[in-house]
Design a protein around this ligand. Structure first.
Ligand code: FE2
Length: 376
């Protein structure tokens, strides 16, 4: 018997019925995957990795796989109109379809989650080629978004069966993007708690942080957010819902243009945000502009930091601190014409939080953009 107040089952790690090793890949459904792959390679510094399409026996779609460090994107487009991918793009525009999670046992991940009420997207299936086998399974999450569990411990090919190596002579240099830090979902009115419950009950996640509309509201744009994390903290999914404000919440604008719930932003880690953002800007990526006044008082709020303030202020990088350290972050403008998906670039220097101290400055910047679109 243990003297701990924690239940025995938790100490034996029986509590984590869905052990995750991190994000395996993120798949985007896009209108033109060839051009999207070029954009992500050129602007963000990804490398060509793998390809699937008619030449590899896939007749109804094309997928390009690109990689930078531990960050893997799959860009998929339909080749025909009568196709679930085409329907997805018609409804949502370009966006994230799959948040794929790395597991040791994809069959067990499916058994555990569906036994707890998860809705099947893909029953466990084995894909094989000369390089071994990959087992995939999947469940639905908010909107039309899905989680695919990827078991690749018996595979040493380039990506997975069905793909061939994509050789390219065009190899832009890296921008220092490392891995997925967190992925945020926007859900409808009063839907945050049901989805928090889904991540708790179906996937064994814990709610590690909550923000209500007092934390996250400017004069106009209010939202509520809860951060869900898996057991080892490798996978974090904040969930946002709109809150009543004077005018339309930024989450409502997303829901309207995405035509439903979906991934609002992917936060990507870097070890040197000044170098990464300098490079991204050079390559044409646009970020939200933060007023110079933010930098007049920021050090009073966050205390001493290692970086000079001038380059942070020039680039518009935000700073926040929690009990464990500080973080630097910046938010891109939407990556497509609809005001839907965007990226966050984040450098953590000890902090494990999400930049609550920046919400006001950030949302005011978002509202200026929303207003320019006539959606405020
Ligand atoms: Fe974020």
């Amino acid at each position: 018997m243990s003297n701990s107040i924690l239940p025995e089952s938790f100490l034996k790690n029986e509590g984590d019925f869905l052990p995750l090793n991190g994000t395996d890949y993120i798949e985007f459904y896009v209108g033109n995957a060839k051009q999207a792959a070029h954009f992500y390679k050129t602007a963000f510094g990804f490398q060509s990795l793998a390809y699937a399409g008619p030449e590899t026996g896939v007749m109804d779609k094309v997928s390009y796989v690109i990689r930078q460090n531990k960050l893997t994107f799959v860009l998929t487009t339909p080749l025909r109109t009568n196709n679930a991918i085409a329907d997805h793009i018609y409804k949502h525009g370009d966006g994230v379809k799959v948040l794929a999670l790395m597991v040791d046992d994809a069959s067990e991940a499916w058994n555990q989650t569906t036994a707890r009420g998860g809705k099947t997207y893909m029953e466990p299936k084995k894909l094989e080629d000369d390089f071994g086998e990959v087992i995939l399974s999947g469940i639905h999450t908010y909107g039309d978004t899905v989680h695919i569990f990827v078991e690749r411990k018996n595979y040493n090919g380039i990506f997975m069966p069905g793909f061939r190596k994509w050789e390219s002579e065009y190899c832009p240099t890296s921008t220092g993007l490392l891995y997925v830090d967190h992925c945020v979902g926007n859900v409808g009115w009063n839907q945050m708690n049901p989805w928090v419950k889904f991540y708790e009950e179906v996937m064994g996640f814990k709610n590690i942080l909550s923000f209500d509309d007092n934390d996250i509201s400017t004069e106009y744009s209010a939202l509520m957010s809860k951060v869900m994390s898996n057991g080892n903290g490798f996978v974090k999914f904040p969930i946002n819902e709109p809150a009543e404000g004077k005018k339309k919440s930024q989450i409502e604008e997303f829901l309207e243009f995405y035509n439903g719930e979906g991934v609002q932003h992917v936060a990507i880690a870097t070890a040197n945000i000044i170098e990464t953002v300098t490079e991204l800007k050079k390559r044409g990526i646009e970020f939200l502009k933060i007023p110079a006044s933010y930098y007049e008082t920021v050090l009073e709020r966050v205390g001493k930091i290692d970086e000079d303030l001038a380059p942070l202020s020039d680039l518009g990088i935000l700073i926040d601190r929690d009990e464990e350290g500080y973080l630097l972050q910046i938010f891109s403008k939407p990556l497509e014409d609809r005001p839907t998906l965007f990226f966050e670039i984040i450098q953590r220097k000890g902090a494990k939080s999400f930049g609550k101290g920046n919400f006001k400055a950030l949302f005011e910047a978002l509202e200026r953009e929303q207003d320019l679109r006539g959606n405020l």
